[in-house]
Design a protein around this ligand. Structure first.
Ligand code: ATP
Length: 937
């Protein structure tokens, strides 16, 4: 007794067989070219005499049609068509019609379908037509290859084949033949040998050199030598599904409305070309095209060039309506059949143990573990085309398909974070810890899409730190937050030496100088060449900046992400208007999921063919997309989901780019700083120098403030408040918003009380993006902007009470969310002194129970500024100046009327600009409002 073949041996045999078949195909093709006249004689007369030259083996390999892979069976619309039964065809190999052998020349079994030239066995015959009668010949007389498959693959049975096995087979077959990978579903079907489940696994001898020798007494029969296809209506056009045929392709190319879809590898035409195409096809020997249903008007008679269907003389099978639909995932455990009514199909559904019928949607759903069984059986219904789930889904949900996981939510293990700085780990809020666990379960590749302000930075740093052995780390961010990231690393990873953090500021800097390298999107595209050797761990902040594949930033980042081992994408708004925007981010996290955009577009973007090309701006199957993303790509929590874990206010210090301060302003700042510390200056002179320093700071920050606001808008922040102090800053912001046509309001000291209320209402009710540009001192109280939950302070103000009052414009009754407060702080400016001053004041007030104690805890870099003796001096001056009675008035006046254009570097303030300010009356209201310290909502 011989031992059964091992899997390995089977694979090898299969590989050799494929190679032999390919060689044979080439040879026959060459022969065919030498004998064109003979080949035109029609199938039955064209049988080679020598069985060793049997046309059944005269095949050549072509790439599998992906459309048939992704859509599964492409059933004929007419159930009365009887395509040939050749396993060769079923393997996705294209057979020259004139070389096809004939098993039962008069007709083909009805219970088979044709998939782009691929013949598949079906489980059922049309009712009333016994399959034996339809066969018209002995069972077991089918194509010998079918028998071989029955024996040589583990997938010979018609049902219940696990996808994993199918995949093995697919890989073997594809790789051995040197062909691109094929669809597992299709391969499974190809591997099935038979017709209605009857055993035709007749005994065969091993094949040599691509030939089959049958056992004595088993006559060699050949299937009909014709190639079958069909026309399928698609809106105003129709598609032709048929295997490769040179002559037919020539016909296609002669038709004016032709269009070829490379993704599905099918041709399609407008209805005007239907008649000419069918007529031309009729003239081609061996081509049988099933007509379009109901297209009689376009064509006198269907193409039956081989005359096979017309001449069968068989009793007509009952007419069955053709139904077409698709499987859609509806939960982690279930899928739904989205298909119209078919009696047979319903009967089949009722055989499934896990079936459920939703009376509202009128759809049937099943557990994923019954997916393979159901699909297998549906294939036996000739009048039904139920497209399978995309392969990506079956891979992502393999555990559910194989019944190894039935949990409605993914079971994510607790990650061992012992290697990460304990300061960071102990600071993680519970939902943040869950985020880190998810990321590690996904092997460090994910899109973290938490709502804004939920602390994506701390989570990303923790995930990256978990993979610290694989550093250097690359962090790509919008340019306005490069230094905030630097601060965050310093804050959360005390074990990281700050000198190991490299913030890339110009195109001349090196991208690989640090252990942590922080670069803006725009500089990354300029420094592309420095990306070799590639980074293994990459963080992309605001990853939706990559949504457009055509942009330089996306083109620079994508190759990098493809080769990185860990990819941590962060975005609170991964897609702002359509699923197509998610594509690049999905590709970055899972490059194998949808390597071709078209497949993604067809499934999730409601892709529509337009005269100018494909339109992917729509959406489809969104529920399924969400499930797929949640399973393997993305984690998203909304503020509402974790509100109980959040503080009412989340403050963030944003260090804005010092690179944006121009040389002239820099010199002015330095001169003012020097003036303040020069000996022998009177108090008055020192104060003037301080005022000048403060004003020059405003001027210096303008580009950074604007850049930050524009980044926020690009990130999809819909509504927010921007507070500033100097008129020049408020003017610059509003001017830019006008230029960019962003809806905005402005309230400053010159706005009347009546107008304030109107503007406020206007902002509150505005449905789309809107920015409220507000003066810190003139709009810090009495106004409600609860429809926003983000406040940006473009400038600092020395009095924390005023800042908190301003914060409370959004943080008040009516606000259901935790609010985010961003303070923009510029290095080398007065902010260096104002920021610590504010924090110190608040600390004092906090200790006295007069302020929120967590102000500094909730902001990055509390130790942002370390003072040397000169800086200490300036700091003391600031402290003194801003605390002495009356100084505020002087400073405010100087600030509000500051006009950088009117002054030269180092000039004193122009006194004339200080007078006549319309806001004097309101300026000091805030001094009486200390209650804001004690009563956060
Ligand atoms: N666990 C925590 N402990 C202390 N502070 C935290 C924690 N989580 C977040 N924060 C603080 O909350 C603020 C917001 O965090 P972060 O900037 O990371 O949010 P985000 O999700 O990136 O928001 P956005 O999408 O607006 O950028 C920061 O100041 C951050 O330091």
């Amino acid at each position: 007794m011989s031992l059964p073949l091992t899997e390995e041996q089977r694979k090898k045999i299969e590989a050799n067989r494929q190679k032999a078949l390919a060689r044979r195909a080439e040879k026959l093709l060459a022969e065919q070219h030498q004998k064109p006249a003979q080949s035109k004689q029609g199938p039955s007369q064209n049988l080679p005499r020598d069985p060793s030259k049997s046309g059944s083996h005269g095949i050549f390999f072509k790439q599998q049609n992906p459309s048939s892979s992704s859509h599964g069976d492409q059933r004929p619309q007419n159930p009365h068509s009887f395509p040939p039964n050749t396993s060769e065809q079923a393997k996705g190999m294209w057979q020259r019609p004139e070389e096809m052998p004939t098993a039962c020349p008069s007709y083909r079994p009805p219970n088979q379908v044709t998939v782009a030239g691929i013949s598949l066995p079906l489980a059922n015959s049309p009712p009333g037509v016994p399959s034996q009668q339809l066969w018209g010949c002995e069972l077991g007389q089918g194509h010998p290859q079918a028998s071989l498959e029955t024996q040589s693959t583990p997938f010979a049975n018609t049902t219940h084949e696990p996808l994993a096995k199918v995949k093995n087979f697919q890989e073997t077959a594809a790789s051995s033949s040197g062909q691109p990978p094929r669809d597992p579903e299709l391969e499974a079907r190809m591997a099935r040998p038979s017709t209605s489940g009857q055993n035709i696994s007749g005994s065969v001898m091993p094949r040599t050199e691509g030939r089959l020798q049958q056992k004595a007494g088993t006559p060699m029969h050949r299937v009909v030598g014709s190639q079958q296809g069909r026309c399928i209506r698609n809106g105003e056009r129709f598609q032709v599904k048929i295997g490769y045929n040179e002559a037919l392709i020539a016909v296609f190319k002669s038709l004016p409305s032709r269009s070829y879809d490379p993704a599905t590898k099918t041709w399609n035409f407008s209805m005007t070309d239907y008649g000419p195409l069918m007529k031309a096809a009729q003239r081609l020997p061996g081509i049988t095209l099933q007509p379009l249903e109901g297209a009689e008007g376009h064509m006198e008679s269907p193409s039956t060039s081989s005359g096979i269907i017309a001449k069968t003389g068989l009793p007509a099978a009952p007419s069955l309506a053709f139904v077409k639909g698709q499987c859609v995932l509806i939960s982690r455990a279930r899928f739904e059949a989205d298909i119209s009514y078919s009696e047979d199909l319903i009967a089949l559904f009722k055989q499934m143990d896990s079936r459920k019928y939703d009376v509202k949607t009128r759809k049937w759903s099943f557990l994923l573990e019954e997916y393979s069984k159901l699909m297998e059986r549906v294939r036996g219904l000739p009048q039904v085309q139920l497209d399978p789930l995309p392969k990506t889904l079956t891979l992502a949900f393999a555990a559910q398909l194989q019944k190894t996981s039935l949990s409605p939510v993914a079971d994510i293990p607790e990650a061992d974070l012992s290697r990460v700085d304990s300061k960071l780990v102990s600071s993680l809020l519970p939902f943040q810890r869950a985020g880190v666990n998810f990321a590690i379960a996904q092997r460090g590749r994910l899109l973290l899409a938490d709502d804004m302000g939920l602390g994506k930075t701390i989570q990303a740093i923790c995930i990256a730190a978990y993979y610290r052995k694989e550093w250097p780390l690359l962090v790509v961010v919008p340019s306005s937050v490069r230094f905030t990231w630097e601060q965050a690393f310093c804050r959360w990873l005390p074990s990281l030496n700050p000198v190991d953090i490299n913030v890339v500021v110009t195109g001349k800097d090196r991208l690989t100088d640090g252990l942590v390298n922080i670069v803006s999107f725009d500089l990354l595209s300029k420094l592309e060449k420095q990306l070799k050797p590639p980074f293994k761990v990459v963080i992309i902040d605001e990853s939706h900046f990559l949504k457009n594949i055509k942009t330089a930033r996306c083109r620079a980042a994508m190759p990098l992400l493809k080769v990185a081992k860990r990819v941590i994408l962060l975005s609170g708004t991964p897609a702002m208007s359509r699923p197509a925007e998610l594509y690049t981010q999905i590709l970055a996290v899972r490059p194998t999921f949808f390597p071709q955009f078209h497949a993604f577009g067809l499934r999730y973007c409601g892709a529509k063919r337009q005269p100018w090309g494909w339109d992917y701006s729509g959406s489809s199957n969104l529920g399924e997309l969400k499930l797929l993303l949640e399973e393997a790509v993305m984690l998203r929590r909304l503020k509402g989901d974790v509100l109980s874990q959040l503080p009412a206010k989340q403050r963030k210090m944003v260090v804005v780019a010092p690179g944006q301060i121009n040389a002239r302003t820099r010199a002015a700042l330095d001169a003012a700083a020097k003036e303040m510390t020069t000996k022998d200056k009177t108090k008055q002179q020192q104060k003037e120098a301080l005022i000048l320093f403060f004003n020059r700071t405003a001027e210096a920050k303008i580009p950074s403030i604007i850049e930050y606001i524009l980044d926020l808008l690009e990130s999809g922040r819909e509504k927010f408040l921007v507070f500033a102090h100097h008129k020049v800053v408020l003017d610059a912001i509003t001017k830019e918003l006008e230029r960019k046509r962003v809806q905005h309001i402005r309230i400053d000291g010159s706005t009347s009380s009546a107008d304030r209320e109107d503007l406020c209402q206007q902002f509150q009710l505005s449905p789309g993006p809107a920015v409220a540009v507000l003066s810190i001192t003139a709009a810090n109280m009495g106004l409600t902007f609860s429809s926003a939950d983000l406040v940006v302070f473009g400038e600092l103000f020395w009095n924390p009470g005023v800042l908190m009052q301003a914060e409370d414009r959004v943080h008040r009754i009516g606000q259901l969310s935790s609010v985010s407060i961003h303070y923009l702080v510029a290095r080398g400016t007065a902010d260096d002194y104002l920021w610590p001053l504010i924090q110190e004041k608040i600390k004092v007030l906090g200790e006295a129970g007069l302020s929120e104690t967590n102000f500094s805890e909730m902001t990055e870099a509390t130790d942002y500024f370390s003072k040397d003796s000169k800086q200490q001096k300036i700091y003391n001056l600031f402290q003194k100046s801003f605390e002495e009675d009356g100084n505020d008035m002087e400073l405010l006046e100087a600030a509000e009327s500051f006009d950088p254009g009117s002054q030269d570097t180092g000039d004193k303030l122009d006194e004339s600009t200080l007078t006549g300010s319309p806001v004097k009356k309101k300026r000091f209201e805030f001094f009486d409002n200390w209650d804001s310290f004690t009563s956060p909502l």
